[in-house]
Design a protein around this ligand. Structure first.
Ligand code: GDP
Ligand code: IMO
Ligand code: MG
Length: 432
């Protein structure tokens, strides 16, 4: 099973970091192919009996697995300051980061894009996206308008200077004239970039070639998606999305590995739904149940600390994730959080302006009008965190999993019953 893609099925924070970590030592390379430090993956590892918590933003979660080569692909946008802060933080805790490889084609987040991300959001007011403010959107926009700065540009100072000056010709007009901010000196930006250039140099590689050779040699490569299906810029709830392709297809463009080499697609689905930032969310709860999920599931952002919006599981979204990503296996996470509810509602379809809709509505307006149609299943009260086999789960809990599986149209192979590495129920081996 050499090439596996792992993506989020909903609006992010499904537990992708833990799922990647779970595959651990059986994977040779873990590739981050999209996004940047807008992502936040929490991984909890048992170290000599005490749970150690790691929060990763820019590095692939595979960095926590000894022997695994972490790769930052061309589709990622890199904030160099954050990258080295994260590397230093992990090294200080004894994690070996020396195998990290970074694509020469990945784009860099310049300081002016961090400023622009924040000021445009403020300017949008009520129409804001609720971004993480890390400069992600403006940096992908620069890539598309061909004024982006890439990792390889760090090693040709005259090109770097020219590119930064060219970009700032326009950006400074925006900062000064539209947003009433101070202009940024090109030298300031070049200095910030070059400060990290020599430290980065030994990590820079043609990662597409490296991965192609690894696959030729029969190695196992895991492509770890940031964000999620409904945050994908093409297939998500646009404009309330991130600016990259977070679906399985993004693994190919974001790494230079072709679709014909992908063997399996794993999607991570939370047993309920959360969303950070603005945008439509049909099953969102504003009552005690929403508060219960937020408190019990500790639903506060890893990156920004914002409280996550919470709601019931939406199998219209799950079905859509199956179709768009070509999902072969689901990892259903945080089922333990659902313990102690009288009923566990499952959204099976939408009512859109009086009409039943079994699939994602075609238009943004349709999705804004979507009202969930629920099937109510009885809940369970037993603590499931110690269960390690499907048969050990309470009957009502099994019924919930089986009904969700039927509705999303792809098998649920792994179930999360707690944040720890071993707190899982494996029904089918993900690498078989
Ligand atoms: P990611 O961005 O998809 O990697 O997800 P986050 O790390 O942002 O959020 C998922 C949170 O849920 C993390 O704090 C995980 O430690 C935690 N988590 C993952 N799986 C489970 C699970 O099965 N049960 C519980 N209770 N927590 C989980
Ligand atoms: P992980 O990988 C949840 C959301 C932001 C905002 C929108 C655009 O941890 O699942 P951006 O800064 O990307 O331009 O913000 O996308 N968002 C996420 N939500 N999890 C994430 O990553 C996210 N990354 C971005 O909240 O609504
Ligand atoms: Mg997250």
């Amino acid at each position: 099973m050499p090439a596996i893609v792992l993506v989020g099925a909903q609006w992010g924070d499904e537990g992708k970091g833990k799922a990647t970590d779970l595959l651990g030592s059986r994977v040779d390379h873990v590739v981050k192919f999209n996004g940047g430090n807008n992502a936040g993956h929490t991984v909890v590892i048992d170290q000599n009996g005490t749970p150690e918590k790691y929060a990763l933003h820019l590095l692939p979660s595979g960095i926590l697995t000894p022997g695994c080569t972490p790769v930052i692909g061309n589709g990622v946008v890199i904030d160099l300051g954050v990258l080295f802060e994260e590397i230093d933080g992990l090294e200080a805790r004894g994690v070996d980061t020396s195998k990290l490889v970074v694509s020469a084609d990945a784009h860099l987040i310049p300081p002016y894009n961090r400023v622009l991300d924040k000021v445009t959001e403020r300017f949008l007011g009520k129409r804001r996206i609720g971004t993480t403010g890390r400069g992600i959107g403006p940096t992908y926009a620069d890539k598309m308008t061909r004024v982006g700065i890439r990792v390889q540009d760090l090693y040709d100072e005259s090109i770097l200077r020219q590119k930064v000056e060219g970009a700032l010709d326009v950006k400074n007009q925006m900062l000064l004239k539209i947003y009433n901010r101070r202009a940024i000196e090109p030298a300031e930006v070049v200095q910030e970039f070059t400060r990290y250039a020599e430290r980065l140099r030994p990590m820079v590689a043609d990662t597409s070639l490296l991965l192609s050779r690894a696959l030729d040699a029969g190695k196992t490569v895991l492509f770890e998606g940031g964000q999620a299906t409904l945050l994908d810029v093409d297939h998500g709830t646009y404009p309330f999305v991130t600016s990259s392709n977070a679906i399985s297809a993004g693994a190919c463009t974001g790494s230079g590995v072709p679709p014909t080499r992908i063997d399996r697609v794993i999607a991570v689905l939370k047993a309920y739904t959360t969303r950070v930032g603005e945008g439509p969310f049909p099953t969102e709860l504003f009552d005690d149940n929403g508060e219960f999920l937020r408190k019990t599931g500790h639903e506060y952002g890893t990156t920004t600390g914002r409280p996550r919006r919470c709601g019931w599981i939406d199998t219209v979204v799950g079905r859509y994730a199956t179709r768009i990503n070509g999902v072969t296996d689901f990892v259903l996470t945080k089922l333990d959080v659902m313990t102690g509810l009288d009923t566990v509602p499952i959204c099976v379809a939408y009512d859109v302006d009086g009409e039943r809709c079994d699939e994602m509505p075609m238009t943004q307006t349709g999705f804004h009008h979507a009202k969930p149609i629920y099937e109510e299943l009885p809940g369970w009260w037993e603590d499931i965190s110690h269960c390690r086999a499907f048969e050990e789960l309470p009957a009502n809990c099994r019924a919930y999993v089986e009904r969700v599986e039927e509705l999303i149209g792809s098998r649920i192979s792994v179930i999360g019953v707690g944040p720890g590495r071993d707190e899982v129920v494996v029904r089918h081996d993900l690498l078989d």
